[in-house]
Design a protein around this ligand. Structure first.
Ligand SMILES: [Zn+2]
Length: 234
């Protein structure tokens, strides 16, 4: 036959386990978030590259529009050239056309350079997309593992609770209610060991009489300071 205290120590052990496993479940969403945050950097870089590509594409369109308008200008000048009377005017127009043609050549050079930059950026973007996909696979696996962990923890907790329900049937009601009230109050332990005359819960020095009483397993001895149930085991 075990004493009230011994029975309660077993209950406390199960309660501690239930608490520890429950805490692990509570912490899982934060762990999941940390795992998912690893994708953020890749996504951020990808977004920046894609924005850069968009900007450069816009610039290409602008340049193309400028080329078209310059070509229209040359066309008009060519038309006007037929109508001028003097050679000087004709040459002046020829000179203007030459300037515009060089401008067009400059635009086309710019356009080519930007298009090459866009090609490079697209390559970098696709590299990052591959990295992201790889990381996503790892992240998915880790998240899946955590989901399995939750299921396993839940079933362990369920078993422990069943076991606890059986155990408390055998515990004296007065002791059990004292134990439960104390556990709710302290949040960690309701029953603690006296070690070198000190309470194992609040670490206060206990009066000799209390230390002496704590040796009796079937007497309810409480700490004068924190109210935890005390026991002494040499
Ligand atoms: Zn205490």
């Amino acid at each position: 036959m075990s004493t009230h205290l011994e029975k309660l120590l077993t209950v406390q052990d199960r309660d501690r386990k239930i608490r520890r496993l429950s805490k692990e479940i509570v912490d899982i969403p934060a762990r999941k978030q940390m795992i998912e945050s690893r994708l953020e950097e890749h996504r951020h870089v990808l977004k920046q590259i894609n924005e850069e590509i968009k900007k450069k594409n816009l610039r290409v369109k602008e340049i193309e529009a400028e080329v078209v308008s310059a070509q229209e200008k040359t066309g008009k000048l060519r038309q006007q050239q037929f109508e001028v009377k003097s050679n000087d005017d004709y040459r002046a127009m020829e000179k203007q056309i030459g300037i515009i043609k060089r401008e067009i050549a400059g635009f086309e050079e710019q356009e080519l350079a930007i298009m090459e930059e866009i090609e490079d950026l697209k390559k970098t973007s696709s590299d990052h997309e591959q990295e992201l996909a790889k990381e996503q696979t790892i992240v998915d696996e880790e998240l899946e593992a955590l989901n399995h962990r939750i299921s396993s923890l839940e079933s362990q907790i369920e078993d422990l609770k069943k076991e606890r329900a059986e155990l408390v049937k055998d515990v004296d009601e007065e002791w059990l209610s004292r134990y439960e009230r104390t556990l709710n109050h302290t949040g960690d332990y309701a029953i603690v060991r006296v070690d070198k005359g000190v309470c194992g819960g609040c670490h206060m020095k206990l009066p000799p009489q209390v230390v002496h009483d704590a040796r009796k397993f079937d007497t309810m001895t409480l700490c004068n300071y924190c109210g935890r149930l005390l026991y002494f085991k040499p």
